[in-house]
Design a protein around this ligand. Structure first.
Ligand code: F6P
Length: 319
């Protein structure tokens, strides 16, 4: 193998740039020619590809977003689009690929590797919804952003004696809500993995108020439902003035935390080691603080589990 390609696809995640840097630098160090593919699978289909050098990835380790840009490609999911992508790989002489992204992106990587192109997947998504890996690149940076927002909203919540519903991302996964809710000292955390009872949330708000608590923070994962409906129900049932903040895309941006930069750098250079060893169809991840790689077909079959013990702890600590 002489030439490898790298692409980022799906929702961007802080730390993608650190991973790109690691793949490019470790790739060149190991004698590969490294081709950057812009805008994910769309760029692969359209041949939006250029050769990268050591300087291409200078000054990016600390930046959010992805210098290769990203897209959610519908065309790649079609038979025609997929064939086009394989054809472009051949035309550019790319005989190995490193793919960075979430669950959907890794499924694309699986298909390419099953078509006999050595491919390595690196899990990058703020959602932390890849079941085979304890954490994904970008998750802890998003958690930091949410915790910062919770602290700021808590100030004004206290000043006005209000309840504040804060809606966070995560698609169908409640991890951002759970981790940020615990670190931010939220009174209630509502996630898709645990059935929630609005009366319990209201009871907690009233009990808190009765013992002199001035603020009340409810972190709601987007996968549960609409924050405005939850807010309206709380206000109607408790009489407490309630406000909503939908944090949205600020969770996807910003400088990656050290942890995200470190795991991104480790996984990026490990991807090159695997390609050098002639491995294919591997998904990288992190388990018990160690970087692991496993068969990508098996990795994608692992269901995401929810840390119910941690969730129960948040309930005890927020009484
Ligand atoms: O997968 C990351 C994520 O930010 C989810 O948390 C969110 O539901 C989704 O992407 C938003 O997608 P889009 O960028 O397509 O609006």
């Amino acid at each position: 193998m002489k030439t490898i390609g790298i692409l980022t696809s799906g929702g961007d995640a802080p730390g993608m740039n650190a991973a790109i840097r690691a793949v490019v630098r470790a790739g060149i160090y190991n004698g590969f020619k490294v081709m950057g593919i812009r805008q994910g699978y769309n760029g692969l289909i359209n041949g939006d590809i250029y050769e990268m050098n050591l300087s291409s990835v200078a000054d990016i380790i600390h930046r959010g977003g992805t210098m290769l840009r990203s897209a959610r490609s519908e065309e790649f999911k079609t038979e025609k689009g997929f064939k086009k992508a394989l054809n472009v790989l051949e035309v550019f002489g790319i005989d190995g690929l490193v793919v960075l992204g979430g669950d959907g992106t890794l499924k694309g990587a699986r298909e390419i590797s099953n078509a006999s192109i050595p491919t390595i997947g690196i899990p990058c998504t703020i959602d932390n919804d890849c079941g085979y890996s304890d954490f994904t690149i970008g998750f802890f940076t998003a958690v930091e952003t949410v915790v910062d927002a919770i602290s700021k909203i808590r100030d004004t919540s206290t000043s006005h004696g209000r309840a504040n519903v804060i809606e966070v991302m995560g698609r169908h996964c409640g991890d951002i809500a759970l981790y940020a809710g615990l670190a931010g000292g939220a009174e209630s955390i509502i996630v898709p993995e645990v059935e929630f009872n609005i009366d319990e949330v209201c009871k907690k708000a009233i009990q808190g108020k009765n013992r002199g608590k001035l603020h009340h923070i409810i972190v709601l994962a987007e996968g549960v439902g609409n924050a405005y409906d939850v807010s309206k129900a709380i206000e109607e049932k408790t009489g407490i003035d309630t406000r909503v903040t939908v944090l949205g895309y600020i969770q996807r941006g910003g400088n990656p935390t050290s942890y995200d930069r470190i795991i991104a750098s480790k996984m990026g250079s490990k991807a090159i080691d695997l390609l050098k060893e002639g491995k294919s169809g591997r998904a990288l991840g992190i388990k018990c603080n160690s970087i692991i790689d496993m068969d990508i077909n098996d990795a994608l079959k692992v269901e995401k589990s929810f840390d119910i013990e941690m969730y129960d702890t948040t309930k005890i600590l927020s009484i």
